[in-house]
Design a protein around this ligand. Structure first.
Ligand code: MN
Length: 262
């Protein structure tokens, strides 16, 4: 009983709020009580024991010209578009760890997409491009894992992609590197290998819409908030993995992610 109440308070941020207000623990329990705990998803931050609480996981589609072409689009004419993954699709991967990643149900064509992820500490509506990066807390390496056969089949039927993109464990991610340590950057190598063979290899400068432009565009559709993260798209040469294969993702300044499909 004791531990579940502690989880509940942690989930609601009750402990820190009560402490900040100088309130007693009893006061922190006032008000309607959640009938069971729901975990707050967080991402570790490099160089601190603090964690980044996640509110929403946004992803941009077809943001590198060569990848856009391989998906059958014309990169010169398409405005940016976004989708979301559920927050609890995040799979945290520690530095130096090889994380076991379960091959998901329903698919026979499971694809990797290595991506730079921007994590927001603040937000707003209609954010101008030249102010957009002020909202970024830090960056991480992420994988936008995709049940490609289901994504394509749903697209062909003009149905939502959801089942192809937004499923359990579909968002492996490394720790966040704060901007105050690594700064902002618009270029740098982005790579993915499978069992040591290079599969994706490009440069962040090849993005069609920069991170700043993505934030500006997204904030026209939704008010962005602290805790939102944005997967900024994958370069070309996405492809399948099967159980037993090891993916190593790397982005300059943001480190590596080691994920083994099991
Ligand atoms: Mn993607």
């Amino acid at each position: 009983m004791k531990s579940s109440r502690r989880d509940l308070m942690k989930a609601a941020g009750g402990i820190s709020l009560a402490a900040a207000a100088g309130a007693t623990p009893a006061a922190a329990q006032a008000g309607p009580k959640a009938i069971f705990p729901v975990a707050q998803k967080t991402i570790p931050i490099v160089g601190t024991t603090d964690v980044f609480p996640v509110r929403r996981v946004y992803c941009i589609g077809r943001n590198y010209a060569a990848h856009s072409r391989e998906m059958g689009s014309d990169p010169t004419r398409e405005p940016p578009f976004f989708f979301q993954k559920p927050t609890d699709a995040i799979q945290n991967v520690k530095v130096g760890e090889v994380a076991d990643h379960p091959y998901p149900s329903l698919t026979k064509n499971y694809h990797y997409e290595v991506e730079l992820v921007a994590a927001l500490k603040s937000g707003g509506k209609n954010i101008p491009i030249d102010k957009a990066l002020e909202h970024v807390y830090g960056y991480a390496v992420g994988l936008d894992m995709t049940r490609r056969d289901l994504q394509r089949a749903m697209g062909d039927e003009k149905k939502p992609w959801e089942i192809g993109k937004s499923f359990d464990m579909s968002a492996p991610i490394g720790p966040i590197h704060p901007v105050d340590k690594i700064g902002h950057f618009q270029k740098g190598a982005i790579t993915l290998t499978v069992n040591g063979a290079v599969k994706q290899k490009a440069d962040l400068s090849f993005m069609i819409w920069s991170v700043a432009e993505q934030i500006a565009k997204l904030s026209e559709a939704n008010e962005l908030m602290p805790g939102d993260i944005i997967y900024s798209g994958t370069p070309e040469n996405v492809g399948p993995v099967v159980a037993g294969e090891l993916m190593v993702c790397g982005i300059d300044k943001v480190g590596e992610l080691h994920v083994k499909v099991v």
